[in-house]
Design a protein around this ligand. Structure first.
Ligand code: UD1
Ligand code: CA
Length: 467
């Protein structure tokens, strides 16, 4: 039997995602372009790009507007191409600017840079509906459809057209099914229809929405998908809407963590601005903010009010209230805080205690060492079982350069001692309280570096002279 040959390559046609981001975002009242406003720590547009990437498109093209160079610069490392829309003549006109970058046989998915919570699952479903020869349209039923384009269906429930709020008559205004703006269609059809769209409407714009009526007229099926979760398709125009979506995102990530076995004292008072990986039976108290990439090991407990960024905390460690931890690796069974601060690049071995008002920066502490109160440990390599007394300062900075300090195993530093770097404190040494140590300290001995205490026997307190 002769082999069947097919004109097309196997699998669906390549996908191009077009993201519209040419809006000015005046209502944000911000110097920062709207699509760069952060939601849970990431720019809105970056979130949409990340979601689009899940669909493995051949290309992602972002349509940006006049003055949008800042957007391009901010997202210069993203694997996207850019299309400039010089004048903001409407959503149809915006998509047209991207079409030169779209392959003839591509499928096109239109997304919005200011609709950040759209999910890849919903988009996959929509793309499935659209296939190679139909238009997929994402709609949403809203209690308050004010401002949205309305979906007009016929008696058989088939989508006929989209009418913008400003162009709608009374009957159409009463409809609650709204256009989300998201649609999927073959590039070939979009090209044909967008060439026909005219700005003959209340806003004098080239409406992308007009392609729906054109498809219907050409007997091309329009397949609607009603979004199950309205927050997925909600756009951001002002800071109130941004806060709503932030709350929705917070609720979503909290729920996912709860279901993954993490205890949150109050899911409404927990913010994840990044990704958390975790072991079992992790407990997170109220008002904790996790940023960047955070790992919490088995049975880690995080007290109220902590901020932890880009850090790894191993099993059975407790972080008490109000600690700030940045770019640190904290070993097993450590006790941290309350009120401890880790500036970047510190590493703690197992069993280390860092107590209240202790700042640690770019330092390593070996097993079971302690700095329990009021200390600064900067640029230091601290051995095992060291006790850093209250008020100890490692003076790492001479005003021009930073220097390292090495503290051997089993060292004790007395209260209020200053170790002036660069310096080495030998293993087992004791530094007397109040010492200012500027030379290296020998191992195993007591070093005192302060004025000796003397008592002046015949001293008399000055008395007031009579006039
Ligand atoms: C649009 C839809 C409307 C839908 C609503 C959902 C049209 C004609 N109307 O209305 O049916 O209910 O979104 O929010 O499509 N943009 C550009 N260039 C332009 C115009 C817009 O990039 O020239 C971008 C904007 O940055 C924004 C998006 O497209 O991200 C939507 O534009 P917007 O003006 O907000 O459209 P709506 O009038 O809200
Ligand atoms: Ca809008």
């Amino acid at each position: 039997m002769p082999k069947r040959t097919s004109r097309k390559s196997p699998g669906p046609n390549p996908l191009t995602v077009v993201i519209l981001a040419a809006g000015e975002g005046k209502r944000m009242k911000s110097a920062l372009p709207k699509v760069l406003q952060p939601l849970a720590g990431l720019p809105l547009l970056k979130r949409v790009i990340d979601t689009a990437r899940h669909l493995e498109p051949r290309r992602i093209c972002v349509v940006y507007g006049h003055g949008g160079e800042r957007v391009r610069e901010a997202l210069v490392d993203e694997p996207v191409t850019w299309a400039l829309q010089r004048e903001r003549l409407g959503t149809g006109h915006a998509v047209l600017q991207a079409l030169p970058q779209v392959g003839e046989d591509d499928r096109v998915l239109v997304l919005y840079g200011d609709v950040p919570l759209i999910s890849a699952d919903t988009l996959k479903e929509l793309l499935g509906l659209a296939g190679e020869a139909a238009v997929g349209l994402l709609t949403v039923r809203l209690d308050d459809p004010q401002g949205y384009g309305r979906i007009v269906r016929n008696a058989r429930g088939q989508v006929q057209k989209i009418v913008e709020h400003k162009d709608a008559n009374r009957r159409e205004l009463a409809l609650h099914e709204c256009n989300t703006g998201v649609l999927a269609a073959p590039a070939r059809l979009l090209r044909q229809y967008l060439a026909k769209v005219r700005p003959a409407n209340a806003q004098g714009e080239y409406y992308l929405t007009d392609v729906i009526a054109l498809a219907v007229k050409a007997k091309v099926p329009v397949r609607p998908l009603v979004a199950a979760d309205p927050t997925e398709v909600q756009g951001v125009n002002d800071r109130a809407q941004l806060a709503e979506l932030e709350a929705a995102f917070r609720a979503r990530s909290a729920r996912a963590l709860l279901l993954a076995g993490v205890t949150l004292a109050d899911p409404a008072r927990f913010d994840l601005r990044g990704t958390l990986t975790h072991g079992t039976d992790v407990f997170i108290d109220v008002n904790v903010v996790l940023e960047g990439t955070v790992y919490l090991g088995d049975r880690v407990r995080v007290g109220p009010g902590c901020v932890i960024r880009d850090s790894r905390i191993e099993a059975d460690t407790q972080v008490f209230a109000h600690c700030v931890v940045e770019s640190a690796v904290i070993g097993e069974r450590c006790n941290i805080g309350p009120f401890a601060r880790f500036r970047p690049s510190s590493q703690l071995a197992a069993g280390v205690h860092i107590g209240n008002f202790v700042e640690v920066k770019n330092s390593r502490l070996a097993t079971d060492s302690k700095a329990n109160h009021l200390a600064y440990v900067g640029d230091a390599d601290v051995g095992a079982r060291v006790n850093i007394g209250a008020g100890t300062i490692i003076a790492n900075y001479d005003g021009a350069n930073k220097h390292r300090t090495v503290v051997g195993d089993d060292v004790h530093t007395g209260s209020n001692s200053v170790l002036v770097a660069p310096i080495e404190v030998g293993a087992g040494a004791t530094v007397a309280a109040g010492s200012t140590v500027t030379h290296s300290v020998p191992a195993g001995k007591l070093t005192v570096a302060r004025a000796r205490q003397t008592t002046i026997e015949n001293w008399q307190r000055p008395a007031r002279t009579r006039k």
